[in-house]
Ligand binder design. Structure first.
Ligand SMILES: Cc1cc2nc3c(=O)[nH]c(=O)nc-3n(C[C@H](O)[C@H](O)[C@H](O)COP(=O)(O)OP(=O)(O)OC[C@H]3O[C@@H](n4cnc5c(N)ncnc54)[C@H](O)[C@@H]3O)c2cc1C
Length: 446
């Protein structure tokens, strides 16, 4: 599998991974095909995931700038077409309490407001007629050990007091009776506003809206070189070159090695792995009391997440391999299957029918950054969602569109700080390996 820390290109016109989403979503909608002749453009956006599509859509609708999107493979071939489809009011990995400690309450509230606007924008775009198999509202955060429940209750109280956020506290018994009998769950808190969607169909919907607004989306068009000539950005693809005023990097965890100085050595791509089971029978659903279609995540340092899909399959996810070379080793899918079986013992004989993985994008300070390059006023980027970008990448794309068109952004670390560089970037994977070991010990013993 493509490995962004080693490879200089994600490929050209590659098929979607053999994911459940690619399997059930039907034909990809029409795009503008490969770029085959040289063109000029106001803005070129590299990458057609949620960030790039949202930036293009908002540039067109709110700033009357018709951007050209260049995608190496197919629309949403990266994370956006292969994630778990959890729409949550969050981004990055930094807890609200840590934000308050670092930057004060006003900034933390400002970030919360951005995150909420992201979910609102997703909802309003879906309401324009995107069929993305939206499921009933609810996000359940389960305590993976009895000792974690007190921390969840504290978090719920904090959210209720700080944001008047509607959060239910569920004992193990209440959770088992009303939602699902997860044997690894020792109580939970439940938010009423998260939900699950089909992520690929959501991206295809954004693509349709963007093209209807005049955006061109060229798939099969990897950018192989970025340079500057007489103040213009020169964007080279295998068959043609675009000369543009401005360029946006919307490549997130799929950013190739040494792609652009403004983001080089500033992200850590980490594999997240998903399996999707065969459909559960009525008997299996009853034996697990699997009543809910809410999205579920646990409290581990190395988190597991799951949801029941509309056709009664279970999507189950967690961390994957460390390198692209090992990404397709069935060991990682089988490890998830074993945890799924431990959570739901009546599913001892269940198999998985789909398994795939994708690169989430970690930043050193655990928050995404949306900014103009420090050394080039005509280069912009948004990345570092730390595995939490289905809704926030849409807000990031919208803010990026504001920035590209010269508008000031809210004075928040998301928008006024550059992505920080990793110290000793060559050792990022060693650090990741160390964190995985720390996480394993923490999750098992503390
Ligand atoms: C397994 C998994 C599960 C996840 N689950 C969730 C979830 O449930 N909820 C949530 O909020 N987040 C989740 N995420 C994270 C979320 O999917 C991402 O944060 C989000 O999709 C990022 O969107 P993006 O547009 O920035 O990047 P991407 O969707 O990754 O798009 C980047 C695109 O850039 C293209 N590209 C790269 N280099 C070039 C080049 N040189 N030329 C042209 N194109 C190029 C790539 O081909 C790719 O299509 C998950 C991620 C994974 C991998």
């Amino acid at each position: 599998m493509y490995d962004p820390l080693h490879d200089s290109s994600p490929g050209t016109n590659l098929d979607y991974p053999e994911s459940y989403w690619a399997g059930i979503s039907g034909e990809a909608p029409q795009d503008d095909g490969q770029l085959t002749s040289d063109i000029d453009a106001d803005v070129v956006i590299i990458g057609s995931g949620y960030t790039g599509l949202s930036c293009a859509l908002h540039l067109a609708r709110e700033h009357n700038i018709k951007a050209v999107v260049l995608e190496a493979n197919k629309t949403a071939w990266g994370c956006s077409g292969r994630n778990a489809g959890f729409i949550l009011k969050s981004t990055g990995r930094k807890p609200w309490s840590a934000m308050t400690q670092s930057w004060g309450e006003e900034v933390m509230r400002g970030i919360y407001s951005e995150v909420c606007q992201g979910v609102d924008t997703v909802n309003s775009l879906i309401a324009e007629g995107i069929d993305c198999q939206q499921q009933t509202n609810g996000y359940i955060r389960v305590a993976h050990k009895p000792s974690m429940f007190a921390g969840l209750v504290k978090q719920a109280k904090l959210l209720q007091n700080t944001f008047s956020y509607d959060v239910d506290i569920l004992s193990r018994e209440e959770l088992h009776q009303s939602y699902m009998a997860d044997q690894n769950a020792h109580g939970a808190i439940r938010f009423d506003d998260g939900f699950g969607i089909n992520p690929l169909k959501l991206a295809w919907g954004y693509q349709r809206l963007a093209r209807e607004s005049g955006v061109k989306i060229h798939t099969g068009s990897p950018v192989i070189e970025l340079s500057e000539n007489n103040g213009k950005q020169v964007i080279t693809t295998p068959n043609a070159t675009v000369t543009a005023q401005k360029v946006v990097l919307a490549t997130n965890g799929y950013t190739p090695k040494n792609f652009h100085l403004s983001v080089a050595n500033k992200t850590l791509p980490v594999l997240s792995q998903i399996i999707v089971s065969e459909p559960l029978t009525e008997e299996q659903l009853q034996a697990c009391n699997f009543l809910t279609s809410n999205v579920v995540m646990d409290t581990r340092a190395l988190k597991y997440y799951y949801r029941k899909l509309p056709d009664n399959r279970i999507l189950f996810g967690g961390r994957g391999a460390i390198t692209g070379k090992s990404a397709d080793d069935p060991y990682y899918a089988n490890r998830l299957l074993n945890v799924l079986k431990q959570s739901f013992p009546p599913l001892q004989n269940i198999k998985y029918q789909y398994a795939w993985s994708g690169w989430i994008c970690m930043s050193l300070d655990d928050i995404p950054h949306i900014n103009q390059a420090a050394d080039n006023d005509n280069v912009f980027y948004a990345m570092g969602y730390c595995g939490n970008g289905v809704s926030f990448a849409v807000q990031a794309g919208k803010r990026l569109a504001d920035k590209v068109s010269g508008k000031d952004l809210p004075n928040l670390p998301l928008y006024n700080k550059q992505l920080p560089k990793f110290p000793m970037p060559a050792l990022r994977r060693v650090g990741q390996w160390g964190y995985f070991h720390y996480g394993k010990i923490k999750d098992a013993y503390f």
